[in-house]
Write a protein that binds this ligand. Structure first.
Ligand SMILES: [Fe+2]
Ligand SMILES: [Fe+2]
Length: 299
């Protein structure tokens, strides 16, 4: 695992955003976040109150796998944006170190609370399979549309960590989740800003943008989670093959958490932001997006 370090430019450091639902563009007051480092977290202080919560175990483990695999995405994304130094520099010097730090913090937490779980063994299996799915062929047709899709992916992570922060009780975990959540909101703002900057050149084809976002929403549901769950499950339960039924049971437990705590409105607001809709119809579209999300997430 790479050792996470803070490479953020000075402009990225400063006060915490006023609320965790703040999606104003990067560069405004909300751009600043406190610097945090995984090395500053005392994982020995994590208590065991969530140890019997297998739903949370698989969520945190899966998230740690995907975050730790961010190198794959950086490499692929850099091939798409190598001619745009502003984006390439940010991906290399800010985005990737932060995503890897998310993976390192979640991994350390899982190892502190579930020390019997062989994280590295499960991760090796996961990354071998996941690297096939993370190929550049999965990207959108143009680098500009891919930026809209990246906004959607950061929406997914920002809302997931916000939900988990609301759900978790243990103080060390809550601190980690709050820091990651703020980073993900900042990633969203950066991708949105890059997307808006390119719109003058590419034009504002809302249907194509909406299609790119919708495609990623639909795809997010299944594959990554299934791969992560299966590898974690089989290491946690030696000798047992993970069946679809095991995954479905975990998903139904997860859905019951989501129904109570998923920030639907925040997700809808963020998802429609790249469409740059006039104020009057934004509310209507947000309601449609909320209804669509409810169907996709809770079906
Ligand atoms: Fe992340
Ligand atoms: Fe992110």
């Amino acid at each position: 695992m790479p050792s996470p370090t803070d490479h953020r430019p000075a402009a990225d450091r400063g006060a915490r955003p006023g609320t965790n639902h703040d999606i104003r563009p990067a560069g405004s007051r909300s751009r600043g976040r406190p610097v945090w480092r995984v090395g500053d977290i005392d994982f020995t202080r994590a208590d065991a109150r969530h140890r019997s919560d297998t739903t949370l175990f698989y969520l945190l483990t899966g998230a740690s796998f995907v975050e730790s695999g961010s190198e794959l995405y950086t490499r692929n994304l850099l091939t798409y944006y190598r001619d745009v130094p502003q984006i390439a520099d940010w991906l290399t010097n800010v985005w990737e170190p932060e995503e890897l730090q998310h993976g390192a913090a979640l991994r350390a937490y899982v190892q502190a609370v579930w020390p019997e779980f062989d994280w590295h063994k499960a991760y090796q299996g996961f990354i071998a399979e996941y690297s096939q799915a993370a190929s550049p062929e999965a990207f959108e047709a143009t680098p500009h549309l891919e930026l809209a899709a990246r906004c959607m992916i950061e929406t997914g992570t920002a809302t997931l960590y916000r939900m988990l922060h609301d759900y978790a009780q243990e103080p060390v975990l809550r601190r980690i989740l709050a820091s990651i959540r703020d980073d993900e909101v900042s990633h969203f703002k950066h991708f949105l800003q890059f997307f808006r900057a390119g719109r003058a050149r590419e034009g504002n084809r809302r249907m194509r943008v909406a299609w790119a976002i919708g495609r990623r929403v639909r795809e997010t549901r299944s594959d990554d989670a299934w791969i992560a769950f299966r590898h974690a499950f089989e290491v946690r339960n030696p000798g047992r093959r993970c069946l679809q039924g095991d995954f479905e049971q975990w998903q139904s437990e997860l859905h019951s958490i989501m129904r109570r705590r998923f920030p639907l409105r925040m997700a809808a607001d963020m998802l429609i932001a790249p469409l740059a809709l006039p104020l009057l119809i934004r509310r209507l579209v947000r309601r449609v997006a909320e209804a669509g999300l409810r169907r996709v997430l809770f079906a």
